[in-house]
Design a binder for this molecule. Structure first.
Ligand code: ATP
Ligand code: MG
Length: 177
């Protein structure tokens, strides 16, 4: 469906460093079978999905997110899985660090308080690696990978020349110290 010109499709996400994205993408291609491996530069962990939003609200969202205080944390990527209901292969942490849970709560709390709409489904932390998959045949050799998460981003999702593209609009760093 066409999207109105003055709107953007948005979400907040943790964005892995390029070397980590690259490692995950190699395995995603191996594991994909007939599914679609996500491109390396698109790999991320969604914190809150806003969907189609008025473009004029982006500055408000940016200042709201800049006010989210969180400490940098380590996210162990020590689990891969397959979800039948949406046919994705994903990876994530067996147990979310408290700092990640707190970040999501703080961000979503601020969105709520500001009357900004987002998908209210409970947060289930994961990175989608493959879509349209039919299962997993082998575990990856890299488990566990440690992700040093030091910032999150407001991201625009768009089709650019027919390709699904995620463009981080702004990054929000963890508090120092
Ligand atoms: P497409 O929808 O074009 O197949 P996509 O799902 O990757 O591609 P978006 O729908 O823009 O792209 O989603 C961006 C990110 O937000 C993805 O990580 C997606 O899994 C997540 N997401 C999408 N819809 C929701 C939703 N309703 N609730 C929570 N997260 C969502
Ligand atoms: Mg989608």
């Amino acid at each position: 469906m066409e999207q109105a010109a003055d709107t953007v499709r948005l979400f907040f996400a943790l964005w892995p460093p390029g070397d980590l994205q690259a490692k995950l993408a190699v395995w995603a291609r191996q594991a994909a079978g007939r599914g679609r491996a996500m491109r390396s530069e698109n790999l991320h962990l969604t914190l809150a999905f806003l969907g189609v939003t008025e473009a004029a609200l982006v500055p408000d969202l940016t200042s709201l997110a800049a006010g989210v205080r969180f400490a940098a944390f380590r996210l162990p990527l020590d689990r891969v899985g397959y979800w039948k209901h949406n046919r994705i292969i994903w990876c994530g942490a067996a147990e979310d660090p408290d700092a990640l849970t707190a970040l999501v709560e703080s961000l979503r709390g601020r969105l709520c308080a500001a009357g900004m709409r987002y998908d209210p489904k409970p947060f289930v932390s994961h990175l989608t690696l493959v879509r349209d998959a039919s299962g997993i045949s082998a575990a990856p050799p890299w488990i566990p990978l440690l992700w040093e998460a030091g910032d999150f981003a407001l991201v625009r999702s768009a089709r650019v020349e027919g390709r699904l593209t995620y463009q981080p609009l702004q990054r929000f760093p963890a508090a120092r110290g």
